[in-house]
Design a protein around this ligand. Structure first.
Ligand SMILES: [Zn+2]
Length: 73
């Protein structure tokens, strides 16, 4: 008989951080200064300035990030 180990208390080292596509910073979505949705994907920004830059030219940042590390869901 197998007994499942109850590990509901996982460590939080792998916090759910996201990549600011403009400056490249790793930020916590909960504390992001702004978000933008582009092509069905939500992007998070460390500051309003980064969001503004992204909104001005999203292709530039999305293309750069996508070619480096692609994630398909
Ligand atoms: Zn930023």
């Amino acid at each position: 008989m197998k007994q499942a180990t109850d590990q509901t208390k996982g460590d939080n080292l792998m916090a759910n951080t996201v990549h600011d596509p403009v400056c490249g910073m790793d930020i916590d979505p909960a504390t992001a200064a702004g978000t933008s949705e582009y092509k069905g994907q939500t992007y998070y920004f460390c500051s309003a300035g980064c969001k503004k830059s992204f909104d001005k030219d999203p292709e530039k940042y999305v293309a750069a990030a996508g070619s480096e590390h692609e994630h398909h869901h």
